[in-house]
Design a protein around this ligand. Structure first.
Ligand SMILES: Nc1ncnc2c1ncn2[C@@H]1O[C@H](COP(=O)(O)OP(=O)(O)OP(=O)(O)O)[C@@H](O)[C@H]1O
Length: 242
């Protein structure tokens, strides 16, 4: 199966649990988009979230940094209720990379400086270089984003999120707009980021083979509920034909 991840498979120790959701639900009208999902993700772990279209994968992820509000249940960040943080702080600690990069017109560096500038913070040129090196784009600071490939733009999007030094990284189908080879590069980047940054990564993917390459554990959702949470190999055996 060729898993490239060295990340941890199971949270062993309570202090290692970066993110925990307890009976987390979101109901819209009479429909439960997310139905009582309880999960713990360890520091340095990559957890894949998969399941059929409409299963509630993105809806679940969006609850974790309060893009959407749960209707019941709790989220804990290193044991602290996430409502104890204001949303700006929460979104810095729980960063998100979406399916498409959504960069602003201008240079790569301007894109990295934009978020911090909104908070009256600056990033040094050295830090910009460090972030770009981390995502495999050294010397890209002055490039205009119009000249970037899809994979390069997605790497800039990762660098923009990493600039905040998040403790948890939420990835919503980050490779679905990319070709196979570029997707593999981004997968390797995710594994590197999780292991070197000691971050907990939750990656939504419709692709169980991708989950198997990078995530020791997988959460399989169906109708908003946990259908299975376990080793990715076991989930693949149970649902690989879906
Ligand atoms: N804002 C909304 N209003 C009403 N229904 C919604 C809303 N957002 C999502 N849904 C519904 O909630 C369910 C879960 O959607 P969600 O996008 O979370 O699923 P998903 O597993 O990520 O699917 P996909 O793989 O197709 O992206 C779907 O039935 C969807 O139609």
């Amino acid at each position: 199966m060729g898993a490239i991840s060295e990340s941890k498979s199971v949270p062993l120790d309570v202090e290692d649990v970066a993110l925990e959701t307890k009976c987390l639900s979101r109901k819209l009208g009479s429909k439960l988009l997310v139905d009582s999902v309880s999960v713990r993700v360890a520091k340095g772990e990559i957890l894949a979230i998969t399941g059929p279209s409409g299963a509630g994968k993105s809806s679940y992820l969006r609850l974790l940094n309060r893009i959407d509000e749960p209707t019941s249940g709790e989220v804990f960040l290193y044991g602290k209720n996430y409502r104890d943080f204001d949303t700006t702080t929460l979104r810095r600690r729980v960063g998100m990379v979406m399916q498409s990069a959504n960069l602003f017109p201008g240079t790569v560096k301007q894109n990295l400086l934009f978020g911090p500038a909104q908070r009256n913070e600056s990033i040094s040129d050295d830090r910009v270089d460090e972030l770009l090196a981390q995502v495999g784009l050294p010397h890209y600071a002055s490039k205009n984003i119009d000249t970037l490939s899809g994979g390069e733009a997605q790497r800039v999007s990762f660098a923009r999120t990493l600039a905040n030094k998040p403790e948890v990284l939420l990835l919503d189908e980050p490779t679905s707009a990319l070709d196979e080879e570029t997707s593999r590069e981004i997968e390797r980047l995710v594994v590197d980021i999780a292991s070197t940054g000691s971050m907990a990564c939750l990656i939504v993917t419709h692709n169980l083979q991708q989950a198997a390459r990078i995530a020791p554990r997988t959460l399989f959702l169906e109708h908003g509920k946990v259908a299975k949470l376990g080793l990715t190999n076991e989930v693949l055996d149970a649902y690989g034909s879906h």
